[in-house]
Design a protein around this ligand. Structure first.
Ligand SMILES: NC(=O)c1ccc[n+]([C@@H]2O[C@H](COP(=O)([O-])OP(=O)(O)OC[C@H]3O[C@@H](n4cnc5c(N)ncnc54)[C@H](O)[C@@H]3O)[C@@H](O)[C@H]2O)c1
Length: 285
């Protein structure tokens, strides 16, 4: 397939481009920042500008011509709360997402995969979840970054309803950890205090498995909007998950067992519908 990846210069974008290229896809990276290392074609684009998005998705001299793009993976965003003032995070993320979805509709690009977020699952867990494990049925936002992701999912639903041939896969990534960025370096320090990582119930997703989920999202044959939780099967902790939850939030009901160090995010939907299978646990070094 010929695939455009927005945010391809970022953490998840770089791994996604590697994964897609390794599976034989041609990829063009659209990002406001150039990539640190060459990974194929790149064009600088400000996704908050509708004209730039329409222009870039409809053809770029020597990169590609109109009608040859099969799929768009939209990862570009301000990727979390507190990085910019709240209103900036909200506005940039939701405007870029609208610009990408709407341009895809106008250009007849039916295959769209987009980075939603675990922040719709109860983040920052200052209080207990209603029950565990947590499934896609939970969708609530408490901070501006999460509001932008929530409205992105709502937009995707509407586009899916209005354009029945379209596929809009929304991937609710847990905290993306990249070994090359040293993201696992803090892991030992997290072990002694369950409070440190309670904000996402001790979950994570290795960047390589997140990229696998993106590829599967692009390759899967679905129509309409579908949201998937994308997390590793295990937690970031050595202590059993039940013990951690009981210590931090006693009395949370279980709808099914969460044995050993299993994650409190239920990824069975991604496993059954996308064929997702995380393969990079921190426990294996
Ligand atoms: N990192 C995480 O833990 C995490 C967790 C859940 C969801 N996500 C989502 O995954 C996606 C990728 O996150 P990441 O960690 O790779 O972030 P990142 O910051 O490493 O990469 C984001 C990229 O988007 C680009 N970008 C931002 N605004 C842009 C704009 N207006 N126009 C063009 N390019 C723009 C940036 O230049 C950057 O290269 C984001 O949508 C983020 O919200 C990330």
């Amino acid at each position: 397939m010929n695939i455009i990846v927005t945010g391809g210069s970022g953490k998840l974008g770089r791994a996604t481009i590697r994964e897609l290229q390794a599976h034989g896809h041609w990829v063009l990276n659209l990002d406001a920042a150039p990539p640190k290392a060459a990974q194929g074609p790149f064009t600088r684009v400000d996704l908050t500008d509708f004209g730039e998005v329409m222009g870039a998705l409809s053809g770029i001299d020597q990169q590609y011509s109109r009608g040859t793009i099969d799929a768009v993976v939209h990862l570009a965003a301000i990727p979390g709360p507190t990085q910019r003032p709240d209103h900036v995070t909200f506005a940039e993320n939701i405007v870029s997402t609208y610009n990408v979805f709407e341009s895809c509709v106008r250009l007849g690009i039916d295959n769209v995969v987009w980075a939603s977020s675990e922040t719709l699952l109860g983040y920052p867990f200052d209080g207990p979840p209603a029950s565990v494990p947590i499934t896609e049925s939970v969708r609530e936002s408490r901070v501006s970054y999460a509001h932008s992701k929530l409205l992105g999912e709502v937009l995707a639903e509407q586009y899916g309803r209005e354009h029945p041939a379209m596929k809009l896969v929304c991937l609710r990534f847990s905290n993306v950890l990249d070994p090359d960025a040293g993201d696992y370096d803090g892991l030992e320090a997290w072990q002694s205090d369950p409070q440190v990582r309670k904000w996402n119930l001790w979950t994570y997703i290795d960047v390589r498995d997140a990229a696998q989920a993106v590829r599967l999202g692009v390759e899967t044959e679905l129509t309409g909007m579908e949201a998937f939780i994308i997390a590793n099967e295990d937690s970031v902790m050595r202590r059993p998950s039940r013990e951690l939850l009981e210590e931090v939030f006693p009395g949370v009901p279980y709808t099914q067992d969460v044995p050993g160090t299993q994650s409190f995010y239920d990824i069975s939907k991604a496993k059954s519908m996308l064929g997702f299978k995380p393969t990079h646990s921190w426990r294996e070094g």
